[in-house]
Design a protein around this ligand. Sequence first.
Ligand SMILES: Nc1ncnc2c1ncn2[C@@H]1O[C@H](COP(=O)(O)OP(=O)(O)OP(=O)(O)O)[C@@H](O)[C@H]1O
Length: 587
Amino acid sequence: MWRIFAYDIHHRWTSVQRLTFHLPNQQHVVFDDGDITTHVYLLNKDLLTMFTGWMMANRRFSDGWSLTYVEYPGKFVYCSNSREWKPRQRGFSIGRLSFAHPSSGELFYMRMLLNVQRGCTSFRSIRTVNGVTYDTFQEACSAMGFLIDDKEYISTIKEVAEVASAAQLRKPFVMLLLSGSMGRPLSVWEQTWAYLSDDILYRRRHELQYPDLTISQDDLQTFCLLEIEKLLQSNGKSLRNYAGMPVPNNSLVSQFSNLMLLRELQYDTISLTREHDANVLKLNEEQRVVYDKIIDCISNKRHGFFFVYGFGGSGKTFLYRVLSARLRSEKRIVINVASSGIASLLLPGGKTTHSMFNIPVELTKDTVCRIKKDSAKAEVIRLADLIWDEAPMTNKLAFKALDRMLRDIMVSVSDRNKDLPFGGKVVVLGGDFRQVLPVIPKGRCGTVVNDKLFVDIPSDLIILVLENPVEDIVNTIYSNLVQNFCDLSFFQDRAILAPTVDNVEEINNYIVDLLPGEKKNYLSTDSICGSDVYSDVDVDWINVEFLNQIRCSGLPNHSLKLKIGVPIILLRNIDLAGGLCNGTRLV
Ligand SMILES: Nc1ncnc2c1ncn2[C@@H]1O[C@H](COP(=O)(O)OP(=O)(O)OP(=O)(O)O)[C@@H](O)[C@H]1O
Protein backbone atom coordinates (compact mmCIF):
# COMPACT_ATOMS: atom_id res chain seq x y z
CA MET A 1 0.00 0.00 0.00
CA TRP A 2 1.07 3.62 -0.47
CA ARG A 3 2.54 5.62 2.31
CA ILE A 4 1.51 9.20 1.93
CA PHE A 5 3.30 12.20 3.36
CA ALA A 6 2.11 15.77 3.59
CA TYR A 7 3.81 18.97 4.54
CA ASP A 8 2.84 19.71 8.14
CA ILE A 9 2.64 23.16 9.68
CA HIS A 10 6.26 22.94 10.76
CA HIS A 11 7.22 22.20 7.14
CA ARG A 12 8.33 18.69 7.82
CA TRP A 13 7.18 15.79 5.75
CA THR A 14 4.88 13.79 7.96
CA SER A 15 3.16 10.54 7.22
CA VAL A 16 -0.61 10.88 7.03
CA GLN A 17 -3.14 8.09 7.36
CA ARG A 18 -6.09 9.25 5.35
CA LEU A 19 -5.77 11.15 2.13
CA THR A 20 -9.21 12.69 2.31
CA PHE A 21 -8.73 14.44 5.60
CA HIS A 22 -5.20 15.59 5.28
CA LEU A 23 -4.83 16.89 1.79
CA PRO A 24 -6.51 20.17 1.09
CA ASN A 25 -6.30 21.23 -2.54
CA GLN A 26 -3.06 22.65 -3.86
CA GLN A 27 -0.90 20.68 -1.50
CA HIS A 28 2.48 19.10 -1.88
CA VAL A 29 2.37 15.38 -1.32
CA VAL A 30 5.02 12.75 -1.33
CA PHE A 31 4.40 9.19 -2.31
CA ASP A 32 6.65 6.50 -1.07
CA ASP A 33 6.03 3.55 -3.31
CA GLY A 34 8.38 1.30 -1.47
CA ASP A 35 11.51 2.15 -3.39
CA ILE A 36 12.01 5.77 -4.17
CA THR A 37 10.16 8.67 -2.66
CA THR A 38 8.62 10.91 -5.24
CA HIS A 39 7.56 14.48 -4.69
CA VAL A 40 4.50 15.30 -6.65
CA TYR A 41 2.50 18.42 -6.85
CA LEU A 42 -1.09 17.66 -7.73
CA LEU A 43 -3.96 19.94 -8.48
CA ASN A 44 -6.62 18.62 -6.18
CA LYS A 45 -7.45 15.61 -4.08
CA ASP A 46 -10.03 14.16 -6.46
CA LEU A 47 -7.54 14.17 -9.31
CA LEU A 48 -4.99 12.74 -6.94
CA THR A 49 -7.07 9.73 -5.91
CA MET A 50 -8.08 9.15 -9.52
CA PHE A 51 -4.47 9.29 -10.59
CA THR A 52 -3.08 6.97 -7.92
CA GLY A 53 -6.08 4.72 -8.64
CA TRP A 54 -4.88 4.41 -12.24
CA MET A 55 -1.54 3.03 -11.04
CA MET A 56 -3.28 0.67 -8.63
CA ALA A 57 -5.54 -0.54 -11.47
CA ASN A 58 -2.50 -1.23 -13.64
CA ARG A 59 -1.30 -3.59 -10.91
CA ARG A 60 -4.59 -5.49 -11.12
CA PHE A 61 -5.62 -5.40 -14.81
CA SER A 62 -3.21 -6.12 -17.66
CA ASP A 63 -5.80 -4.84 -20.19
CA GLY A 64 -4.77 -1.27 -19.51
CA TRP A 65 -1.03 -1.74 -20.00
CA SER A 66 -1.15 -0.52 -23.58
CA LEU A 67 -2.92 2.70 -22.59
CA THR A 68 -1.62 6.08 -21.50
CA TYR A 69 -3.38 7.83 -18.63
CA VAL A 70 -5.42 9.95 -21.05
CA GLU A 71 -6.48 6.87 -23.02
CA TYR A 72 -7.51 4.99 -19.89
CA PRO A 73 -11.11 6.26 -19.61
CA GLY A 74 -11.72 4.75 -23.07
CA LYS A 75 -11.56 1.24 -21.61
CA PHE A 76 -11.96 1.79 -17.86
CA VAL A 77 -14.45 3.63 -15.66
CA TYR A 78 -13.60 5.46 -12.47
CA CYS A 79 -16.03 4.78 -9.61
CA SER A 80 -15.86 7.77 -7.33
CA ASN A 81 -17.53 5.91 -4.43
CA SER A 82 -14.98 3.10 -4.20
CA ARG A 83 -12.24 5.33 -5.66
CA GLU A 84 -11.07 2.72 -8.13
CA TRP A 85 -10.92 2.10 -11.84
CA LYS A 86 -12.87 -0.85 -13.24
CA PRO A 87 -12.98 -2.30 -16.79
CA ARG A 88 -15.59 -0.48 -18.86
CA GLN A 89 -18.65 -2.59 -19.80
CA ARG A 90 -20.14 -0.16 -22.32
CA GLY A 91 -19.81 3.33 -23.75
CA PHE A 92 -16.75 5.45 -24.25
CA SER A 93 -15.17 8.42 -22.58
CA ILE A 94 -12.38 10.84 -23.47
CA GLY A 95 -9.63 11.57 -20.95
CA ARG A 96 -7.96 14.90 -20.35
CA LEU A 97 -4.84 15.95 -18.50
CA SER A 98 -5.00 19.16 -16.47
CA PHE A 99 -2.75 21.94 -17.68
CA ALA A 100 0.56 22.36 -15.88
CA HIS A 101 2.62 25.50 -16.38
CA PRO A 102 6.34 25.05 -17.11
CA SER A 103 7.09 26.94 -13.89
CA SER A 104 5.35 24.19 -11.89
CA GLY A 105 8.56 22.17 -12.26
CA GLU A 106 8.31 18.44 -11.72
CA LEU A 107 4.53 18.44 -12.24
CA PHE A 108 5.06 19.89 -15.70
CA TYR A 109 7.56 17.18 -16.60
CA MET A 110 5.42 14.41 -15.15
CA ARG A 111 2.52 15.62 -17.28
CA MET A 112 4.75 15.43 -20.37
CA LEU A 113 5.67 11.84 -19.55
CA LEU A 114 2.05 10.86 -18.93
CA ASN A 115 1.35 11.56 -22.59
CA VAL A 116 3.59 8.65 -23.57
CA GLN A 117 4.12 6.29 -20.64
CA ARG A 118 1.83 3.27 -20.61
CA GLY A 119 0.78 0.79 -17.95
CA CYS A 120 2.51 2.65 -15.12
CA THR A 121 2.23 1.04 -11.72
CA SER A 122 4.15 3.61 -9.68
CA PHE A 123 5.71 7.04 -9.93
CA ARG A 124 8.98 5.22 -10.35
CA SER A 125 7.71 3.56 -13.49
CA ILE A 126 6.69 6.93 -14.94
CA ARG A 127 10.30 8.04 -14.48
CA THR A 128 11.67 4.89 -16.10
CA VAL A 129 12.80 5.25 -19.70
CA ASN A 130 14.31 2.32 -21.63
CA GLY A 131 14.84 0.39 -18.40
CA VAL A 132 16.64 3.26 -16.63
CA THR A 133 14.89 4.89 -13.68
CA TYR A 134 15.73 8.56 -13.34
CA ASP A 135 15.64 10.53 -10.10
CA THR A 136 13.47 13.30 -11.48
CA PHE A 137 10.71 13.54 -14.08
CA GLN A 138 12.75 16.25 -15.76
CA GLU A 139 15.71 13.89 -16.30
CA ALA A 140 13.33 11.25 -17.65
CA CYS A 141 11.91 13.83 -20.10
CA SER A 142 15.43 14.64 -21.14
CA ALA A 143 16.17 10.95 -21.75
CA MET A 144 13.01 10.79 -23.87
CA GLY A 145 14.38 13.64 -25.98
CA PHE A 146 11.51 15.96 -25.01
CA LEU A 147 13.64 18.80 -23.76
CA ILE A 148 15.22 21.38 -25.95
CA ASP A 149 18.94 21.64 -26.12
CA ASP A 150 20.20 24.32 -23.76
CA LYS A 151 23.33 24.94 -25.84
CA GLU A 152 21.83 28.13 -27.20
CA TYR A 153 21.42 29.58 -23.69
CA ILE A 154 24.91 28.52 -22.67
CA SER A 155 26.56 30.07 -25.71
CA THR A 156 24.46 33.23 -25.33
CA ILE A 157 25.53 33.68 -21.70
CA LYS A 158 29.18 33.14 -22.69
CA GLU A 159 28.87 35.55 -25.59
CA VAL A 160 27.13 38.26 -23.58
CA ALA A 161 29.74 37.86 -20.81
CA GLU A 162 32.21 39.63 -23.10
CA VAL A 163 30.24 42.87 -22.92
CA ALA A 164 28.08 42.58 -19.77
CA SER A 165 28.93 42.45 -16.08
CA ALA A 166 28.22 39.30 -14.07
CA ALA A 167 25.46 41.16 -12.19
CA GLN A 168 23.80 41.91 -15.54
CA LEU A 169 24.25 38.30 -16.67
CA ARG A 170 22.52 36.90 -13.58
CA LYS A 171 19.31 38.70 -14.53
CA PRO A 172 18.75 36.87 -17.84
CA PHE A 173 19.74 33.61 -16.11
CA VAL A 174 17.01 34.25 -13.51
CA MET A 175 14.54 35.16 -16.27
CA LEU A 176 15.29 31.84 -17.97
CA LEU A 177 14.59 30.08 -14.67
CA LEU A 178 11.38 32.04 -14.05
CA SER A 179 10.05 31.34 -17.53
CA GLY A 180 10.95 27.64 -17.33
CA SER A 181 12.84 27.98 -20.62
CA MET A 182 15.82 25.79 -19.81
CA GLY A 183 15.50 22.03 -20.23
CA ARG A 184 18.21 21.33 -17.66
CA PRO A 185 18.97 24.43 -15.58
CA LEU A 186 21.61 22.55 -13.58
CA SER A 187 23.67 21.80 -16.67
CA VAL A 188 23.45 25.45 -17.80
CA TRP A 189 24.53 26.55 -14.31
CA GLU A 190 27.45 24.11 -14.28
CA GLN A 191 28.72 25.41 -17.57
CA THR A 192 28.23 29.11 -16.93
CA TRP A 193 28.62 29.70 -13.18
CA ALA A 194 32.14 31.06 -13.65
CA TYR A 195 30.74 33.85 -15.85
CA LEU A 196 27.77 34.49 -13.56
CA SER A 197 30.02 34.87 -10.52
CA ASP A 198 32.79 36.87 -12.17
CA ASP A 199 32.22 39.96 -9.99
CA ILE A 200 31.94 38.22 -6.61
CA LEU A 201 35.63 38.11 -5.67
CA TYR A 202 36.17 41.72 -6.73
CA ARG A 203 33.14 42.88 -4.75
CA ARG A 204 34.11 40.97 -1.61
CA ARG A 205 37.65 42.38 -1.77
CA HIS A 206 36.22 45.86 -2.12
CA GLU A 207 33.61 45.41 0.65
CA LEU A 208 36.15 43.97 3.08
CA GLN A 209 38.95 46.34 1.99
CA TYR A 210 41.15 43.26 1.63
CA PRO A 211 42.76 43.19 -1.83
CA ASP A 212 44.48 39.81 -1.33
CA LEU A 213 41.32 37.96 -0.35
CA THR A 214 40.87 34.59 -2.05
CA ILE A 215 37.60 32.66 -2.25
CA SER A 216 37.34 28.95 -3.01
CA GLN A 217 35.37 27.83 -6.05
CA ASP A 218 32.69 26.33 -3.80
CA ASP A 219 32.27 29.60 -1.92
CA LEU A 220 32.16 31.58 -5.15
CA GLN A 221 29.34 29.34 -6.31
CA THR A 222 27.54 29.79 -2.98
CA PHE A 223 27.80 33.59 -3.11
CA CYS A 224 26.61 33.59 -6.71
CA LEU A 225 23.68 31.30 -5.87
CA LEU A 226 22.73 33.68 -3.07
CA GLU A 227 22.60 36.57 -5.55
CA ILE A 228 20.43 34.43 -7.83
CA GLU A 229 18.24 33.46 -4.88
CA LYS A 230 17.70 37.16 -4.06
CA LEU A 231 16.58 37.88 -7.62
CA LEU A 232 14.28 34.85 -7.58
CA GLN A 233 12.80 35.82 -4.22
CA SER A 234 11.90 39.27 -5.47
CA ASN A 235 9.76 37.41 -8.01
CA GLY A 236 8.24 35.10 -5.42
CA LYS A 237 10.40 32.07 -6.34
CA SER A 238 13.38 30.27 -4.88
CA LEU A 239 16.12 27.96 -6.12
CA ARG A 240 14.24 25.25 -4.25
CA ASN A 241 11.56 25.44 -6.95
CA TYR A 242 13.97 24.18 -9.61
CA ALA A 243 14.66 20.48 -9.32
CA GLY A 244 18.36 19.74 -9.42
CA MET A 245 19.55 23.31 -8.92
CA PRO A 246 21.92 23.62 -5.95
CA VAL A 247 20.54 25.58 -3.00
CA PRO A 248 23.03 27.54 -0.90
CA ASN A 249 23.22 26.43 2.67
CA ASN A 250 20.26 27.22 4.86
CA SER A 251 21.86 29.61 7.31
CA LEU A 252 23.12 31.80 4.48
CA VAL A 253 19.74 31.85 2.78
CA SER A 254 17.99 32.76 6.01
CA GLN A 255 20.12 35.91 6.22
CA PHE A 256 18.36 37.03 3.07
CA SER A 257 15.04 35.36 3.60
CA ASN A 258 13.55 38.52 4.91
CA LEU A 259 14.71 40.48 1.97
CA MET A 260 11.08 41.27 1.19
CA LEU A 261 10.57 42.78 4.60
CA LEU A 262 13.82 44.75 4.38
CA ARG A 263 12.79 46.09 1.00
CA GLU A 264 9.39 47.17 2.34
CA LEU A 265 11.06 49.07 5.15
CA GLN A 266 13.70 50.67 2.97
CA TYR A 267 11.55 53.40 1.44
CA ASP A 268 12.96 56.91 1.61
CA THR A 269 10.71 58.34 4.32
CA ILE A 270 11.80 61.96 3.81
CA SER A 271 10.89 62.11 0.12
CA LEU A 272 7.67 60.16 0.77
CA THR A 273 6.65 62.63 3.50
CA ARG A 274 7.31 65.44 1.07
CA GLU A 275 5.27 63.71 -1.66
CA HIS A 276 2.42 63.00 0.75
CA ASP A 277 2.30 66.52 2.19
CA ALA A 278 2.14 68.05 -1.28
CA ASN A 279 -0.52 65.67 -2.65
CA VAL A 280 -2.77 65.37 0.38
CA LEU A 281 -3.65 69.02 -0.07
CA LYS A 282 -4.78 68.30 -3.61
CA LEU A 283 -7.30 65.61 -2.60
CA ASN A 284 -10.83 66.56 -3.57
CA GLU A 285 -13.69 66.27 -1.13
CA GLU A 286 -14.60 62.68 -1.96
CA GLN A 287 -10.99 61.51 -1.99
CA ARG A 288 -10.47 63.22 1.37
CA VAL A 289 -13.41 61.41 2.98
CA VAL A 290 -12.05 58.04 1.87
CA TYR A 291 -8.49 58.98 2.87
CA ASP A 292 -9.59 60.05 6.39
CA LYS A 293 -11.65 56.91 6.98
CA ILE A 294 -8.87 54.55 5.91
CA ILE A 295 -6.12 56.38 7.82
CA ASP A 296 -8.35 56.52 10.92
CA CYS A 297 -8.88 52.77 10.73
CA ILE A 298 -5.18 51.98 10.34
CA SER A 299 -4.03 54.48 12.98
CA ASN A 300 -6.48 53.08 15.53
CA LYS A 301 -5.55 49.49 14.66
CA ARG A 302 -9.11 48.64 13.70
CA HIS A 303 -9.91 46.19 10.97
CA GLY A 304 -11.73 47.58 7.97
CA PHE A 305 -12.80 46.59 4.52
CA PHE A 306 -13.29 49.30 1.92
CA PHE A 307 -14.27 49.44 -1.72
CA VAL A 308 -13.22 52.56 -3.62
CA TYR A 309 -15.55 52.80 -6.60
CA GLY A 310 -15.20 55.53 -9.18
CA PHE A 311 -15.28 55.82 -12.94
CA GLY A 312 -12.06 55.89 -14.99
CA GLY A 313 -9.94 58.97 -14.31
CA SER A 314 -11.76 59.95 -11.12
CA GLY A 315 -8.55 59.74 -9.08
CA LYS A 316 -8.52 56.31 -7.47
CA THR A 317 -4.86 55.66 -8.28
CA PHE A 318 -4.00 59.15 -7.08
CA LEU A 319 -5.66 58.36 -3.76
CA TYR A 320 -3.76 55.04 -3.42
CA ARG A 321 -0.51 56.92 -4.04
CA VAL A 322 -1.25 59.44 -1.30
CA LEU A 323 -2.25 56.63 1.10
CA SER A 324 0.87 54.60 0.29
CA ALA A 325 3.15 57.62 0.70
CA ARG A 326 1.61 58.42 4.09
CA LEU A 327 1.86 54.88 5.44
CA ARG A 328 5.33 54.14 4.06
CA SER A 329 6.65 57.46 5.36
CA GLU A 330 5.53 56.22 8.80
CA LYS A 331 7.45 52.96 8.25
CA ARG A 332 4.23 51.01 7.89
CA ILE A 333 3.96 48.31 5.26
CA VAL A 334 1.48 48.62 2.42
CA ILE A 335 1.03 45.90 -0.15
CA ASN A 336 -0.09 47.45 -3.42
CA VAL A 337 -1.48 44.92 -5.83
CA ALA A 338 -3.52 44.97 -9.01
CA SER A 339 -5.19 42.26 -10.96
CA SER A 340 -3.06 42.70 -14.08
CA GLY A 341 0.67 43.25 -14.48
CA ILE A 342 0.32 46.50 -16.35
CA ALA A 343 -2.13 47.95 -13.79
CA SER A 344 0.26 46.97 -10.99
CA LEU A 345 2.98 49.15 -12.53
CA LEU A 346 0.81 52.24 -11.92
CA LEU A 347 0.90 51.63 -8.16
CA PRO A 348 4.03 52.53 -6.20
CA GLY A 349 5.88 49.25 -5.50
CA GLY A 350 2.96 47.42 -7.14
CA LYS A 351 2.77 43.68 -7.77
CA THR A 352 0.20 41.42 -9.34
CA THR A 353 -2.20 39.73 -6.96
CA HIS A 354 -1.32 36.32 -8.32
CA SER A 355 2.40 36.72 -7.73
CA MET A 356 2.07 38.44 -4.36
CA PHE A 357 -0.40 35.99 -2.86
CA ASN A 358 0.55 32.88 -4.87
CA ILE A 359 -3.03 32.59 -6.10
CA PRO A 360 -3.20 29.65 -8.51
CA VAL A 361 -4.48 30.33 -12.02
CA GLU A 362 -7.04 27.54 -11.88
CA LEU A 363 -9.46 28.45 -9.12
CA THR A 364 -11.98 26.27 -7.35
CA LYS A 365 -14.07 26.94 -4.27
CA ASP A 366 -11.47 25.16 -2.15
CA THR A 367 -8.40 26.90 -3.57
CA VAL A 368 -5.91 28.14 -1.01
CA CYS A 369 -3.01 30.51 -1.56
CA ARG A 370 0.25 28.62 -1.26
CA ILE A 371 2.03 30.72 1.36
CA LYS A 372 3.70 28.99 4.28
CA LYS A 373 2.87 30.48 7.66
CA ASP A 374 6.51 30.92 8.66
CA SER A 375 7.75 32.18 5.31
CA ALA A 376 9.22 35.62 4.70
CA LYS A 377 6.18 36.51 2.64
CA ALA A 378 3.77 35.55 5.43
CA GLU A 379 5.74 37.77 7.79
CA VAL A 380 5.38 40.73 5.43
CA ILE A 381 1.68 40.05 4.93
CA ARG A 382 1.14 39.82 8.68
CA LEU A 383 2.51 43.33 9.16
CA ALA A 384 0.92 44.91 6.11
CA ASP A 385 -2.23 46.63 5.03
CA LEU A 386 -3.51 45.99 1.57
CA ILE A 387 -4.59 48.01 -1.46
CA TRP A 388 -5.95 46.05 -4.42
CA ASP A 389 -6.70 47.97 -7.62
CA GLU A 390 -8.80 46.77 -10.55
CA ALA A 391 -10.53 44.36 -8.17
CA PRO A 392 -13.68 43.92 -10.33
CA MET A 393 -11.51 42.16 -12.95
CA THR A 394 -10.79 39.29 -10.56
CA ASN A 395 -12.68 36.06 -10.04
CA LYS A 396 -14.45 36.05 -6.67
CA LEU A 397 -12.80 32.71 -5.86
CA ALA A 398 -9.44 34.53 -5.73
CA PHE A 399 -10.81 36.80 -2.98
CA LYS A 400 -12.11 33.78 -1.11
CA ALA A 401 -8.71 32.09 -1.37
CA LEU A 402 -7.03 35.25 -0.11
CA ASP A 403 -9.56 35.59 2.72
CA ARG A 404 -8.86 32.02 3.85
CA MET A 405 -5.10 32.54 3.68
CA LEU A 406 -5.20 35.82 5.62
CA ARG A 407 -7.39 34.35 8.39
CA ASP A 408 -4.98 31.46 8.60
CA ILE A 409 -1.88 33.66 8.77
CA MET A 410 -3.39 36.23 11.15
CA VAL A 411 -4.40 33.69 13.78
CA SER A 412 -0.88 33.87 15.16
CA VAL A 413 -1.49 37.58 15.95
CA SER A 414 -4.87 37.04 17.60
CA ASP A 415 -7.20 34.07 17.73
CA ARG A 416 -10.12 36.39 17.01
CA ASN A 417 -8.73 37.14 13.53
CA LYS A 418 -9.90 33.78 12.22
CA ASP A 419 -13.49 35.06 12.37
CA LEU A 420 -12.81 38.46 10.80
CA PRO A 421 -12.94 39.16 7.06
CA PHE A 422 -9.44 39.07 5.59
CA GLY A 423 -8.04 38.09 8.98
CA GLY A 424 -8.79 41.52 10.47
CA LYS A 425 -6.56 43.42 8.03
CA VAL A 426 -7.36 46.81 6.58
CA VAL A 427 -8.16 45.95 2.98
CA VAL A 428 -8.92 48.55 0.32
CA LEU A 429 -10.32 47.16 -2.90
CA GLY A 430 -10.84 49.50 -5.78
CA GLY A 431 -11.89 49.64 -9.39
CA ASP A 432 -14.59 50.55 -11.79
CA PHE A 433 -17.29 48.04 -12.63
CA ARG A 434 -18.03 50.01 -15.79
CA GLN A 435 -14.61 48.99 -17.11
CA VAL A 436 -15.67 45.32 -17.06
CA LEU A 437 -17.60 44.50 -20.20
CA PRO A 438 -21.13 43.20 -19.59
CA VAL A 439 -21.43 39.47 -20.14
CA ILE A 440 -24.54 38.08 -21.78
CA PRO A 441 -24.62 34.37 -20.89
CA LYS A 442 -24.65 32.29 -24.07
CA GLY A 443 -25.24 35.51 -26.04
CA ARG A 444 -25.18 35.32 -29.82
CA CYS A 445 -24.19 38.09 -32.20
CA GLY A 446 -27.76 39.40 -32.35
CA THR A 447 -28.09 39.74 -28.58
CA VAL A 448 -24.64 41.18 -28.07
CA VAL A 449 -24.64 43.83 -30.83
CA ASN A 450 -27.30 46.42 -30.48
CA ASP A 451 -27.32 48.90 -33.34
CA LYS A 452 -29.08 51.47 -31.17
CA LEU A 453 -25.89 51.64 -29.13
CA PHE A 454 -23.75 52.92 -32.02
CA VAL A 455 -22.09 56.17 -31.13
CA ASP A 456 -21.62 59.07 -33.53
CA ILE A 457 -18.00 60.15 -33.44
CA PRO A 458 -17.67 63.94 -33.52
CA SER A 459 -16.18 65.06 -36.81
CA ASP A 460 -13.21 66.78 -35.16
CA LEU A 461 -12.04 63.37 -33.87
CA ILE A 462 -12.13 61.77 -37.30
CA ILE A 463 -8.98 61.66 -39.42
CA LEU A 464 -9.69 62.52 -43.01
CA VAL A 465 -8.25 59.99 -45.41
CA LEU A 466 -6.60 61.58 -48.41
CA GLU A 467 -4.95 58.66 -50.16
CA ASN A 468 -3.32 56.09 -47.92
CA PRO A 469 -5.21 55.51 -44.62
CA VAL A 470 -2.12 54.08 -42.87
CA GLU A 471 -0.01 57.08 -43.86
CA ASP A 472 -2.74 59.48 -42.73
CA ILE A 473 -3.24 57.90 -39.32
CA VAL A 474 0.52 57.65 -38.67
CA ASN A 475 1.09 61.26 -39.75
CA THR A 476 -1.71 62.45 -37.48
CA ILE A 477 -0.79 60.48 -34.38
CA TYR A 478 2.99 60.51 -34.76
CA SER A 479 3.52 63.85 -36.45
CA ASN A 480 7.16 64.50 -37.44
CA LEU A 481 7.97 60.91 -36.50
CA VAL A 482 11.46 60.87 -37.98
CA GLN A 483 12.47 64.04 -36.12
CA ASN A 484 10.90 62.98 -32.82
CA PHE A 485 11.37 59.23 -32.46
CA CYS A 486 14.58 59.54 -30.42
CA ASP A 487 12.68 61.46 -27.73
CA LEU A 488 11.63 58.74 -25.26
CA SER A 489 8.44 60.49 -24.18
CA PHE A 490 7.24 60.69 -27.79
CA PHE A 491 5.95 57.11 -27.95
CA GLN A 492 5.01 57.15 -24.27
CA ASP A 493 2.25 59.69 -24.82
CA ARG A 494 0.49 58.19 -27.83
CA ALA A 495 -0.56 54.89 -29.33
CA ILE A 496 -2.58 53.62 -32.27
CA LEU A 497 -5.13 50.92 -31.44
CA ALA A 498 -6.19 48.64 -34.27
CA PRO A 499 -8.91 45.98 -34.44
CA THR A 500 -7.03 43.18 -36.23
CA VAL A 501 -3.48 41.82 -36.31
CA ASP A 502 -3.38 42.55 -40.05
CA ASN A 503 -3.99 46.25 -39.37
CA VAL A 504 -1.35 46.22 -36.66
CA GLU A 505 1.17 44.62 -39.00
CA GLU A 506 0.43 47.08 -41.79
CA ILE A 507 0.95 50.06 -39.50
CA ASN A 508 4.07 48.53 -37.89
CA ASN A 509 5.68 47.81 -41.25
CA TYR A 510 4.93 51.32 -42.46
CA ILE A 511 6.50 52.91 -39.37
CA VAL A 512 9.58 50.66 -39.32
CA ASP A 513 10.21 51.45 -43.03
CA LEU A 514 9.88 55.14 -42.32
CA LEU A 515 12.47 55.26 -39.55
CA PRO A 516 16.14 55.61 -40.41
CA GLY A 517 18.68 52.90 -39.54
CA GLU A 518 19.38 49.29 -40.35
CA LYS A 519 16.48 46.86 -40.15
CA LYS A 520 17.13 43.58 -38.31
CA ASN A 521 14.96 40.53 -38.65
CA TYR A 522 14.48 38.45 -35.49
CA LEU A 523 13.05 34.95 -35.92
CA SER A 524 11.38 32.85 -33.26
CA THR A 525 12.57 29.27 -32.76
CA ASP A 526 9.43 27.18 -32.72
CA SER A 527 9.61 23.45 -32.18
CA ILE A 528 7.21 20.59 -31.68
CA CYS A 529 7.25 19.14 -28.18
CA GLY A 530 8.32 15.49 -28.35
CA SER A 531 5.59 14.35 -25.96
CA ASP A 532 2.85 15.58 -28.31
CA VAL A 533 3.77 13.46 -31.32
CA TYR A 534 2.31 10.40 -29.63
CA SER A 535 -1.13 11.90 -29.19
CA ASP A 536 -4.14 10.70 -31.14
CA VAL A 537 -4.47 13.88 -33.18
CA ASP A 538 -3.15 13.63 -36.73
CA VAL A 539 -0.06 15.74 -36.25
CA ASP A 540 1.48 15.45 -39.71
CA TRP A 541 0.31 18.91 -40.61
CA ILE A 542 1.50 20.43 -37.31
CA ASN A 543 5.09 21.06 -38.31
CA VAL A 544 7.53 23.88 -37.62
CA GLU A 545 6.49 25.73 -40.79
CA PHE A 546 2.89 25.63 -39.62
CA LEU A 547 3.84 27.03 -36.21
CA ASN A 548 5.85 29.79 -37.88
CA GLN A 549 2.79 30.92 -39.79
CA ILE A 550 0.53 31.37 -36.77
CA ARG A 551 -0.40 34.99 -36.37
CA CYS A 552 -2.75 35.82 -33.55
CA SER A 553 -3.21 38.24 -30.72
CA GLY A 554 -0.95 37.58 -27.73
CA LEU A 555 1.71 35.76 -29.75
CA PRO A 556 4.54 37.56 -31.53
CA ASN A 557 4.92 36.86 -35.25
CA HIS A 558 7.61 34.39 -36.24
CA SER A 559 9.53 37.21 -37.87
CA LEU A 560 9.93 40.55 -36.07
CA LYS A 561 11.57 43.31 -38.08
CA LEU A 562 13.03 45.93 -35.78
CA LYS A 563 15.20 49.02 -35.93
CA ILE A 564 16.85 50.83 -33.03
CA GLY A 565 14.30 53.18 -31.53
CA VAL A 566 11.21 51.19 -32.48
CA PRO A 567 8.77 50.77 -29.57
CA ILE A 568 7.88 47.20 -28.65
CA ILE A 569 5.38 45.76 -26.22
CA LEU A 570 6.15 42.83 -23.94
CA LEU A 571 3.69 39.92 -24.01
CA ARG A 572 4.96 37.91 -21.05
CA ASN A 573 5.54 38.48 -17.37
CA ILE A 574 9.32 38.15 -17.31
CA ASP A 575 10.42 40.08 -14.23
CA LEU A 576 7.60 41.82 -12.40
CA ALA A 577 9.89 43.21 -9.72
CA GLY A 578 11.96 44.79 -12.49
CA GLY A 579 8.86 46.17 -14.25
CA LEU A 580 9.00 43.71 -17.15
CA CYS A 581 5.50 42.39 -17.46
CA ASN A 582 2.79 41.71 -19.99
CA GLY A 583 1.98 45.11 -21.46
CA THR A 584 5.21 46.93 -20.58
CA ARG A 585 6.35 49.11 -23.46
CA LEU A 586 10.04 49.25 -24.27
CA VAL A 587 12.24 50.92 -26.86
N1 LIG B 1 -6.96 65.35 -6.40
C1 LIG B 1 -6.23 65.40 -7.51
N2 LIG B 1 -5.41 66.42 -7.76
C2 LIG B 1 -4.67 66.46 -8.87
N3 LIG B 1 -4.68 65.53 -9.83
C3 LIG B 1 -5.47 64.47 -9.64
C4 LIG B 1 -6.29 64.34 -8.49
N4 LIG B 1 -6.97 63.19 -8.58
C5 LIG B 1 -6.59 62.62 -9.74
N5 LIG B 1 -5.70 63.38 -10.38
C6 LIG B 1 -5.08 63.12 -11.69
O1 LIG B 1 -6.11 62.72 -12.59
C7 LIG B 1 -5.63 61.71 -13.47
C8 LIG B 1 -6.51 60.45 -13.39
O2 LIG B 1 -6.46 59.96 -12.06
P1 LIG B 1 -6.24 58.42 -11.71
O3 LIG B 1 -5.29 57.79 -12.64
O4 LIG B 1 -5.92 58.37 -10.26
O5 LIG B 1 -7.69 57.87 -11.98
P2 LIG B 1 -8.27 56.40 -11.76
O6 LIG B 1 -9.59 56.55 -11.08
O7 LIG B 1 -7.27 55.56 -11.10
O8 LIG B 1 -8.49 55.94 -13.26
P3 LIG B 1 -8.65 54.42 -13.81
O9 LIG B 1 -9.92 53.87 -13.22
O10 LIG B 1 -8.74 54.61 -15.30
O11 LIG B 1 -7.44 53.68 -13.37
C9 LIG B 1 -4.18 61.43 -13.08
O12 LIG B 1 -3.32 62.15 -13.92
C10 LIG B 1 -4.10 61.96 -11.64
O13 LIG B 1 -2.79 62.41 -11.33
